[in-house]
Design a protein around this ligand. Structure first.
Ligand code: MTE
Ligand code: MO
Length: 299
């Protein structure tokens, strides 16, 4: 069971950085004063809980099932997840169309409690179960000239009212640079709250990239392609001035039509104040991937 990524993502990791630093200072100060116990108590109060199963499964973006936040919960019941296959193609040693069970057979499924920050400036905290994308790519055998990974969502017009109405250009497509795809924070999620992935959250398998705006985390994946060139992505194609390929969470780069400096935490209640948005959604360990890039130009 040795795994290079120890799953230490506990409640501490979903604590906003300010509070976390504050907590460490409290503990240090408390330690010096012999008050470590008090610091621990403060931390337990500060740490935000994951959103409830009800919240995570009733407020969704999944345009194949409609553009309203409650449409997916109503309509995605119709998604047919039986006999699901994922095609792995492009620059890989082992291309093929694999039954889902075979694609992930023997790979380590872990819990990852991640913040999810939508580009629309709302957020949640979700306890996912998933597999590192790297494990799947390693098994596929990524060839040395591959530089990008493209993903594609299922299209089931008979089951997807948003597809029938053509609310977007389907299939929904997304992509990552290979180093982003290989990062240990990037997972292919198969469940949440220890239950198989609910349809409205992207059953049976969806991407989760916690330091990027939610639209990068493409749902109900049927194809993974290794490519030499940057692939087109759905929202970028629709409005390139509003949605970039990178889409890293960045409180200093505003959306042309709204500020990205703060966010509304779902479930916080009507009168709860907005919280500050964190650079890379708080996942600072990815900063080295973007060294030397102009983050305002490559947003
Ligand atoms: N196929 C597909 N994937 C998608 C979307 C979509 O409309 N279609 N919406 C994206 C957006 S904008 C967000 S914020 C997240 C929402 O994930 P959740 O509903 O599980 O919270 O899914 C992303 N993945
Ligand atoms: Mo989103």
């Amino acid at each position: 069971m040795a795994h290079r990524w120890t799953n230490d993502l506990t409640r501490t990791d979903v604590t906003p950085r300010g509070l976390f630093m504050n907590r460490r200072q409290i503990i240090q100060a408390g330690g010096a004063l012999g008050l470590a116990g008090l610091g621990g108590q403060a931390a337990a109060q500060d740490a935000p809980e994951p959103n409830s199963f009800e919240e995570i499964t009733s407020y969704n973006n999944y345009y194949e099932f409609g553009t309203g936040k409650t449409d997916p919960a109503k309509n995605a019941e119709a998604l047919d997840t039986s006999d699901w296959t994922v095609t792995v193609d492009g620059l890989v040693d082992n291309p093929g169309t694999y039954p889902l069970a075979e694609l992930i057979d023997g790979l380590t499924v872990e819990e990852r409690i991640y913040r999810l920050r939508c580009v629309e400036a709302w957020s949640m905290v979700v306890p996912w179960q998933g597999i590192e994308l790297k494990d799947i790519l390693d098994r596929a055998g990524v060839q040395s000239n591959a530089r990008y990974v493209a993903f594609e969502t299922a299209v089931q017009p008979e089951n997807m009212p948003g597809v029938r109405r053509g609310v977007l250009d389907f299939p929904y497509v997304e992509g990552l640079r290979l180093d982003e795809a290989m990062h240990p924070l990037t997972i292919m999620a198969t469940g949440l709250y220890d239950q198989p992935m609910p349809n409205q959250n992207g059953a049976p398998i969806r991407l989760v990239v916690p330091w990027k705006y939610g639209f990068k985390s493409i749902k109900s994946i049927v194809r993974i392609s290794l490519l030499e060139d940057e692939p087109p992505t759905t929202w970028n194609r629709l409005a390139p001035n509003e949605y970039g390929f990178y889409a890293n969470v960045n409180p200093t780069v505003d959306h042309p039509r709204w500020s990205q400096a703060t966010e509304r935490r779902i479930g916080g209640g009507l009168f709860s104040s907005r919280q500050d948005t964190l650079m890379y959604n708080g996942y600072d360990e990815v900063a080295s991937l973007y060294e030397g890039m102009d983050l305002a130009a490559q947003f």
